[in-house]
Design a protein. Structure first.
Length: 82
């Protein structure tokens, strides 16, 4: 559980990168809603699957955004902000 907590704290720092991107925020909200719906139905295996999907897709979205920011910063000759 400590590993999960540590990973989540680390991810929250990078989530700041995506704040302001409506598409990313909308997708994330949909995924969280799906997790909650599974839990409300009592379908724990589906909730676990939805949670895993959220973590992996969230990671992918954040990494893509960081890469895009780095490319833009490189074009401007500055350091990317994270």
């Amino acid at each position: 559980m400590d590993l999960v907590t540590s990973l989540k704290l680390t991810m929250h720092r990078y989530e700041r990168v995506v704040v302001g991107d409506g598409d990313i925020l909308e997708r994330s909200a949909q995924e969280h809603e799906q997790i909650a719906e599974c839990l409300l139905r009592g379908d724990v295996p589906a909730a676990v699957e939805a949670l895993e999907q959220n973590w992996f897709s969230g990671r992918d979205r954040i990494l893509e955004r960081l890469k895009a920011n780095a490319r833009k910063a490189e074009q401007r000759g500055t350091r990317p902000m994270a």
